[in-house]
Ligand binder design. Structure first.
Ligand code: GLU
Length: 594
């Protein structure tokens, strides 16, 4: 029996939900895509089969966030062996990519122009990633997992509030290219909530892939159409804005299967995403910097939302993001000092910079051997931009206990805004995650870890995570939100471990995020479900300490929306499975009884 409960959830480590045998559970940001995954579980498929169906369905019903024109990281935990893997289908730079391509005259291109140009399009990995996961661990054929998406594209679906909002507030991205405008603004009128959207070109593409497999995409007519589409630039950039991808780049795309980065926090174990994402490393660094503070202890002035807790969280974020800016990139192409960043001596020196009674000056990245300089490093100014709720995350556990936690993206909302003509899917703008200005500087000790290079993967923030207690998996979760992803996952982790919340409470609670060393804060509150909110008293205390980004004293500066966390949980005592989803979008949990 399939029971749909809209962001109504069964909590982490709660014994209130008991079932005769473990159920399958999917937690997705969009109900029709959640239903696609649930159907596969009901048909006897496992979590990997269901994940494939959810991804393809999301391409149809949440096309602004992810799809076959993009990439992502799929965490797969196998119940039988206890192993965890990451399927890395991150987009790669084409062979002709160069370090200075986003700054041809020595000045960085504007983000809005570069990110809506073919130059920003990385070689897409999602389809090959899903197909690889199915071959290794799935039980169903690719075509079977595509079936729900084909139906949704062919027969249509109801546009929800979030898709309608993203069309209405698109920064122009659905208006630049005619094919994208024709789909989402037919006759020049933006689709509204409740409108019915049919996507025949996309249905045709998915059917071709179902019939011929990934080769239909990476070679042949679709590949030719992709190459041609990414040759579109923006007139303001001239030829510099045109994409550099060739048919050979598509034919040579490779998925990587990676082992998790293992972290520890207060007796819990975390399996996180290694480079090319900063998701695991930066999250683990922040957690380690925070471990010496009794965050859960209200008697000592900590506890959820207290000024002391929020202050040390922000300071730890600033230190870790300073390191991230210099040291983390694709370590298949540049050496990332993974061990040095998590070395206990280094972390002890770093956390000693956090003072509870004052805000530190802008921290530098740590000087790390063997790559660092003995002197303090000079940070190149980081490119900052407003992070919106692009990308998507979903989580699945099947009746056998296999788990998937999958963050998947076309980068910015609407990606490059380029729909491949005749094939109905959007191309990513993932290459704008690289440094626009090359930062490699041997004299300074800067390795240029995230500078553009041929075949390299841009540094990501995506952080699909598995949380384990006593060696047993208890939760799998993650979030979209650009660099704020790391902090959304951090907030949820602290809420679970330090503040004793259930998974649903941990997701519903307001979040704090700082994504660079200078430390401008983003925080959220105000919405009725965010309880307890960050109080005005706490916000004023943060202002008094010197934190910025919260606006005028005495006012509520927590006005952001940060992340969209989906999770599945396993109660280690009972073996019960549950899920939790984020009310910030149309988060949906479906339980499948067998
Ligand atoms: N390009 C982003 C990253 O990999 C995608 C995630 C997001 O923006 O939410 O970090």
């Amino acid at each position: 029996m399939i029971r749909i409960a809209r962001w109504f959830i069964f909590c982490l480590l709660s014994s209130s939900v008991l079932a005769a045998s473990p159920e399958g559970v999917v937690a997705v940001s969009q109900p029709a895509a959640a239903a696609a995954g649930a159907r596969i579980l009901a048909q006897g498929g496992n979590a990997i089969d269901a994940a494939a169906a959810v991804q393809f369905a999301l391409n149809v019903v949440e096309p602004q966030s992810s799809g076959i024109g993009g990439g992502g990281f799929m965490l797969v935990h196998l119940a039988k062996t206890g192993e965890t893997f990451f399927v890395d289908s991150r987009e790669r730079a084409p062979a002709r990519a160069r370090a200075d391509m986003f700054a041809p005259d020595g000045l960085p291109m504007s983000f809005p122009l570069a990110s809506t140009s073919g130059l920003a399009v990385g070689v897409p990995g999602t389809l090959l990633g899903v197909d690889t996961a199915l071959h290794r661990w799935g039980t169903m054929k690719l075509a079977a997992t595509l079936a729900p998406a084909i139906k949704l594209a062919e027969h249509g679906f109801r546009v929800n509030r979030f898709l309608a909002d993203d069309i209405a507030n698109d920064d122009g991205r659905t208006q630049i290219q005619p094919e994208t405008a024709a789909t989402f603004r037919p006759g020049g009128v933006p689709l509204a909530e409740g409108d019915w959207l049919v996507q025949p070109d996309l249905a045709k593409t998915l059917k071709l892939i179902a019939a011929k497999g990934p080769d239909a995409f990476y070679r042949g007519p679709i590949a030719r159409a992709i190459v041609k589409a990414q040759q579109r630039g923006r007139s303001e950039l001239g030829d510099a804005g045109k994409g550099r991808m060739t048919l050979a780049d598509l034919a040579q795309y490779r998925v990587a299967i990676r082992r998790p980065l293992i972290g520890h926090y207060r007796g819990w174990t975390l399996a996180g995403m290694p480079p090319p994402s900063s998701g695991g490393l930066t999250l683990f660094e922040i957690l380690k910097l925070l471990e010496r503070f009794p965050l859960g202890d209200v008697a000592q002035g900590y506890g959820f939302g207290s000024p002391k807790t929020l202050h040390v969280m922000a300071e730890a974020m600033r230190l870790a993001f300073a390191d991230r800016a210099v040291w983390i990139g694709d370590d298949d192409a540049a050496q990332v000092p993974q061990h040095a960043l998590l070395n206990p001596e280094y972390l002890a020196a770093r956390t000693a910079l956090i003072k509870t009674d004052r805000r530190m000056d802008t921290p530098q990245a740590g000087a790390l051997t063997p790559w660092g300089t003995p002197a303090a490093m000079r940070l190149k100014p980081a490119r900052t931009r407003k992070e919106s709720l692009h990308t998507t995350h979903f989580a699945i556990v099947d009746r056998w206990g296999n788990m998937v936690s999958y963050t998947t993206t076309i980068e910015y909302t609407w990606g490059s805004g380029i729909t491949v003509p005749g094939y109905g899917f959007l191309l990513n703008n993932e290459l704008t995650d690289f440094n626009f200005l090359p930062s490699a500087d041997p004299a300074e000790g800067n390795p240029g870890a995230n500078d553009v290079a041929p075949f390299k993967r841009p540094r990501s923030s995506m952080a699909p995570l598995l949380l384990l207690k006593d060696g047993k998996p208890v939760a799998a979760y993650g979030s979209p939100g650009g660099a704020t992803i790391i902090n959304s996952v951090l907030n949820v982790t602290l809420n679970l471990i330090d503040h004793g919340m259930t998974m649903q409470q941990a997701i519903d609670a307001p979040r704090l995020s700082v994504t660079n060393a200078t430390g401008k804060m983003n925080c959220e509150g105000g919405q009725t479900f965010m309880q307890p909110a960050f109080s005005l008293v706490a916000q004023d205390a943060l202002r008094t300490l010197g934190h910025t980004g919260l606006g005028e004293a005495g006012t509520d500066g927590c006005r952001e929306t940060i992340g969209s966390v989906q999770a599945v949980v396993v109660d280690p005592a009972t073996g019960t499975h549950g899920g939790a989803a984020d009310p910030r979008r149309e988060g949906t949990v479906i339980r499948v009884r067998h």
